[in-house]
Design a protein around this ligand. Structure first.
Ligand code: CMP
Length: 140
């Protein structure tokens, strides 16, 4: 597996509890490198676009509202097999199903307020990175 990039968001429930550093520590200890990072307030338009694939889901409105409710940290992570690696490090979407030691097991409040997002494929990673970063922002 070659070096790959994935897109990560530290969500409002985590920034509210001052967990950015704690989550970054788990990311770095797993061997992933944070090659771009910015703390932002997501606009409604950005959140709607980002989660467009979930537009028909019953939780879409709630999800957009949550993601715009406070600061988030958008990140680009780099490493060997980064997409799959980060999904492993995050743990299952529902924290009740997440494995011990994963970010969601450690920190998530619920399936909605689950502390982090990570891309589910290399193709989506590229699209998601492009929504929030330009090439010049990424210092590998
Ligand atoms: P994320 O990886 O950011 O991608 C989609 C998000 O939708 C997911 O994490 C969850 O936070 C959220 N989500 C998924 N299922 C539910 C649900 N049943 N209720 C509320 N939010 C959900």
């Amino acid at each position: 597996m070659a070096i790959q990039r994935t897109f990560s968001i530290i969500k409002p429930d985590a920034t509210a509890r001052n967990l950015t550093g704690a989550i970054n520590k788990v990311i770095e200890e797993a061997g992933l490198r944070i090659v771009a990072q910015r703390r932002i307030l997501m606009t409604e338009g950005q959140a709607k676009r980002f989660y467009e694939v979930h537009a028909e889901r019953p939780f879409y409105g709630e999800l957009v509202e949550f993601m715009t409710s406070g600061p988030v940290v958008v990140q680009v992570l780099e490493g060997e097999d980064a997409v799959a690696k980060y999904r492993e490090v995050m743990g299952a979407t529902n924290p009740e199903e997440a494995a011990d030691g994963t970010i969601r097991k450690l920190y998530a409040n619920s399936i909605g307020e689950n502390s982090v997002h990570g891309s589910d494929s290399p193709e989506n990673a590229e699209m998601e990175i492009r929504q929030f970063f330009s090439q010049a922002d990424i210092i590998g």
